[in-house]
Design a protein around this ligand. Sequence first.
Ligand code: DP6
Length: 390
Amino acid sequence: MNIVTCVAPVNIAVIKYWGKRDENLILPINDSISATLHTDHLCAKTTVMASADFKEDRIWLNGKEESINNKRLQNCLEEMRKRAKLTTDIGSWKVHICSENNFPTAAGLASSAAGYACLVAALAGLYNVEDNISAVARSGSGSACRSVFGGFVRWYMGSEPNGSDSIAKPLVSPDHWLEMRILILVANDESKKVPSAIGMKRSVETSDLLKHRAEILVPRKVDGITKAILEKDFPKFAELTMKDSNQFHATALDTYPPCVYMNDTSHAIVELVHAYNEASKEIKVAYTFDAGPNATLFLLEKNVAEVVGVVKHFFPPRIEGDVGVEYLKGIPVESTKIAEDLIKRIDVKRQDAGKLKYLIHTRVGDGPKILRDQKDHLLDNSGLPLRINN
Ligand code: DP6
């Protein structure tokens, strides 16, 4: 086969990666742990095709041709070509790459992890590479190395100068904690944020808090959350997840000049989660925020309907009629009437309509998958994208 199409998942860190010890190889200053999200609701899809007729390597992202001369992209291509195990000439042919996300890029959800994991997995299919491709995905984007596995995943920072042991490994399989659910709250926010690569470089250079976090605090947290995941101890998992998100944003603020990723809506979500857990007299939901204002909530299946109802009440959609169609995407949720008494006990202000664009309800899923159906390819027989965006 000289054409391969693959899908790969998004992952959300519960113990965050923030800071590199080697910018070139993308080696982190601490281990991190993430949950892999189900590709049905969020994924990257990539087709790679090699041909003796192609004049040059080319790439199209979300229907638009982009420059192939991007260092991270070149690193992945070069390394996969080096690892190729082929009996044909395919390895010496030029490639065309076409990649799309099944979620709007405008939503501001990190897509580089899924994108690089998908590219590397598709190239592995094309070049017949069977080794652990996590380190190659890492050279595209650090967090991408965790997207090559399903379930909960740990990225070991490693100690080898060449990065050979800085790889991700699955902690538990996707079906270990079947009750776990994830709700992504997409915030309305147009403001420009410092890209994570630049933000973390600045943090490494200026934040003493980050140094302490990476050297002393993260190793303890990694052990703690691993135990919570293995034992399916939701309250412990939730507490560690929220504290790590808060600490990551504290180091971002300790950076000079500071990196501000959360906005008023994000802070209102934090307040709501704590008020709701308090009103429930148990920890039912946890939040985590990456380098942007969107919240990812972790919760158990039995609490999804109530939490969605609570979020809808305190963050009403812009047009009430949209509820259920536009406002909630992903796994359907039965709409339930939230007890007046619970709403009263949640001591936070109801927000103006439209602070959240929509919610995505998903669960933990598998790693990258090769799609075998011809219909799935994003490139036609001549190697050009089937869909172009101008
Ligand atoms: C806040 O993986 O996007 O999402 O390695 O420079 O590509 P690069 O950074 P990236 O950083 C992700 C940071 C984070 C935390 C995490 O996913 O662990």
